[in-house]
Design a protein around this ligand. Sequence first.
Ligand code: ZN
Ligand code: ZN
Length: 265
Amino acid sequence: MLRMITPMFIYILYNLYIINNMMNHGTIAELLFPTRCVACGRYSGRLICAGCTAAFPLIRDPVCRRCGKPAMYYVDECNLCRGRLKDIEAGVALAVYEEPLRTVIHGMKYGRMWRLARPLGYMAAVRIAPVLGETSPCVTYVPMHPRRRRVRGYDHAELLARAVAEALGLPLLRLLERTRHTLSQTTLDLRGRRENVRGAFRATTGRTPCGEVVLVDDVMTTGCTLSECAGVLRRAGVKRVFACVVARDLVNPEMGEKGSALFSG
Ligand SMILES: [Zn+2]
Ligand SMILES: [Zn+2]
């Protein structure tokens, strides 16, 4: 019996392989394990379906040049970042940290959906490209603590940075490392956040070989973490740091209310 079944099984597999090649690569896999949209759960064949991508609360110009917050007109600093992000030359965010993007980022970070980093990084790259002008910076990221990375199995910011670097044709370098474990920033107020990340990063090499750096992370809220990292890079010899994030969380830890500062300069 087994002698009959084995060649038959191989024959079926071979035919599936041929069909798969004749159609599109991955078609059979898609039939057997259809891909669901992370945000809405529909079987769309894509990790983020067209409807959810279109529903991303994209940030359009004009913005605050420093932190990427939407504004009524271009400003160099705004009420959310004034005087606090001195080491960041310019910052951009793809979209506001709201649904459905919030669910997508959550899936990328905590749901083992590391494959989401690529499309998100590509979209963020489109947003940062015009800010970079004629410069040819290196791309780096806000690193996780090695212990947390081991548990999760990947560093989502690194994967985002890889996608940004790939999309822009720029080199990806690991310029920073996290030297101590920090609390989650989400429960802390502005002062707490600043204290929490102070001295938590250092440059991997004494002097950095890049004059300009694109610093990638998933979400910017107060910018304390990005600012701390930018400071380390500047002290390591980087002239200009451009922050590039997927989402801009507009919670103001000093004022508490979300959106209260959305359209004020
Ligand atoms: Zn969807
Ligand atoms: Zn700002």
